[in-house]
Design a binder for this molecule. Structure first.
Ligand code: RTP
Ligand code: MG
Length: 147
């Protein structure tokens, strides 16, 4: 079954949106395989967002993601990588549709509430970067046959 890495960013934690975000993925029918609150180090931030190293906003992005605790999660389910990106909405909350997490709760592109892996390769890389194998569980929800 496919897995993705999702993370409530410091703005979402500060605004008490962790429960709201978790609830949306639970209600959708995905399965939580792991979760933790943590403070991201500068090293981890630079590795995680390494693909954006040359972008003008890289410094600001690293400063922001290390500015307070985040809530990191691994979610499992059919096509969960793309579905989660749809549920998050466009990167810039002002372009994100109402009904998406960024469309409903965000205003600025730098503070857009949530991160989500954008491909199978990035999901694998990010899950391994943030979670040890002993922090993830595999189980079946009996309710899954209903969704
Ligand atoms: P994320 O990686 O955080 O899930 O966001 P994303 O895939 O939707 O967007 P991405 O292109 O990977 O950009 C990573 C984060 O950088 C910030 N950003 N700022 N100032 C800007 O023009 C700008 N562009 C991107 C956003 O916070 C974005 O989530
Ligand atoms: Mg991205």
């Amino acid at each position: 079954m496919e897995r993705t890495f999702l993370m409530v960013k410091p703005d979402g934690v500060q605004r008490s949106l962790v429960g709201e975000v978790v609830s949306r993925f639970e209600k959708k029918g995905f399965t939580l395989a792991g979760a933790k609150v943590l403070a991201i180090s500068k090293d981890l931030a630079e590795t995680h967002y390494g693909e954006h190293k040359e972008r003008p906003f890289f410094g600001e992005l690293v400063d922001f993601i290390t500015s307070g605790p985040v809530f990191a999660m691994v979610w499992e389910g059919e096509n969960v990588i793309d579905e989660a990106r749809k549920m998050m909405g466009k990167t810039n909350p002002q372009e994100a549709q109402p009904g998406t997490i960024r469309g409903d709760f965000g205003v600025q592109v730098s503070m857009n509430i949530i991160h989500g892996s954008d491909s199978q390769d990035s999901a694998k890389r990010e899950i391994e970067l943030f979670f040890g194998a002993d922090e993830l569980v595999t189980y079946e929800k009996t309710v899954n046959k209903w969704v």
